[in-house]
Design a protein around this ligand. Structure first.
Ligand SMILES: [Zn+2]
Length: 131
């Protein structure tokens, strides 16, 4: 089953391409930030995580399944992922970053437009028009 997703259809690349086309400039995989956010927008004090629904436990999502085999192992592993995500988010917020997440199953034109609007709604002063 490997190779079903070609390199260029990787969710993260789709998000990068779309935002780049909308004129955003960003840094990738900031190793110096908690959780290494996939995209960093210093101008907007915003980071974006592109999360796979399974690994990051997208709530109420049909892709966030729990394997039937070894289920205890998976429950522990996957809930550890969620806890880590939550911890990283809090740390980033403490550092003054706004944290946005786009889920793999949501990557379409409508969601990407909304994401772009949300990012640009915050100016470099750290004030947001939305929240
Ligand atoms: Zn999902």
């Amino acid at each position: 089953m490997s190779g079903i997703r070609g390199k260029n259809t990787k969710p993260e690349l789709l998000v990068r391409k779309a935002l780049h086309a909308k004129g955003f400039r960003y840094k990738l995989h900031a190793n110096d930030l908690p959780g290494k956010p996939d995209l960093v927008f210093p101008k907007y004090r915003t980071v974006v995580f592109v999360h796979g629904c399974f690994w990051h436990r997208h709530e109420h999502c049909k892709f966030a399944t729990t394997p039937k085999t070894n289920s205890n192992f998976w429950i522990e592993k996957l809930s550890a992922n969620s806890r880590r995500d939550q911890r990283n988010k809090l740390q980033l917020q403490t550092l003054g970053w706004r944290v946005l997440t786009i889920w793999e199953c949501e990557i379409d034109e409508a969601h990407l437009t909304k994401l772009a609007d949300t990012i640009s709604a915050m100016d470099s002063n750290g004030t947001s028009a939305i929240k």
